[in-house]
Design a protein around this ligand. Structure first.
Ligand code: SAM
Length: 181
């Protein structure tokens, strides 16, 4: 069980990247996104894409991050905070693989020092600055015990038939309908 906690989302400038955080978390196998800011429109947008492409991914808007971390830990969950200052993922991924309930935290700008203290591990996806989206995808790929790229999503309205050229999208709400655009 994996959930992602997004800290520091600024509605006026982080809409696109937070949407990508949510969609990437879903695509790589997280069950939901906790958004520690109030942006109902972003939460609805991610959930509506998620519904169309299948599965049960949810977004919880405007959470209190401290309470969420505390209650996750009280319920036996472990917390992996992604930060370029942390321990290199390559050195700790086998420890994380032994965890059963994992909260992955990503920030935007400066992350409060308390997050570093509350995390079970502060983990760097390489010790260079890059992006929360890249950090989530590499981490989830490394710690997964199946191939997240091959994951199927149940009850999808839309699904893709992999093809070497062009685009094949099946509209599952209409069994005759394959779109070749
Ligand atoms: N200098 C900032 C800081 O205080 O970490 C970088 C912020 S970065 C734009 C936003 C988020 O991306 C960070 O909070 C972290 O979660 C993630 N991130 C960026 N580079 C990373 C790396 N090398 N390893 C893990 N996470 C990273």
């Amino acid at each position: 069980q994996i959930i992602v906690l997004r800290l520091g989302h600024r509605p006026e400038r982080d809409k696109r990247i937070t949407t990508h955080v949510g969609l990437t978390a879903r695509a790589f196998g997280a069950e939901g996104l906790l958004l520690a800011s109030d942006d109902r429109a972003i939460a609805d947008n991610i959930e509506s894409v998620a519904r169309r492409w299948g599965g049960n991914f949810y977004v919880k808007n405007n959470v209190n991050w401290k309470k969420e971390i505390q209650s996750w830990k009280n319920n036996g969950g472990k917390v992996c905070h992604l930060s370029m200052y942390g321990l290199n993922l390559s050195d700790v991924e086998s420890d994380i693989k032994n965890w059963h309930k994992i909260m992955i935290i990503v920030g935007a700008e400066k992350v409060p020092p308390e997050v570093y203290d509350m995390a079970d591990l502060n983990v760097a996806v390489g010790n260079q600055p890059h992006s929360e989206v890249a950090a989530i995808s590499v981490t989830m790929d490394r710690i997964s015990d199946y191939d997240p790229l091959k994951q199927e999503f149940g009850d999808a309205e839309l699904s893709i038939v992999p093809t070497s050229r062009g685009k094949k999208v099946i509209d599952n709400t209409n069994s005759d309908n394959i779109n070749n655009n």
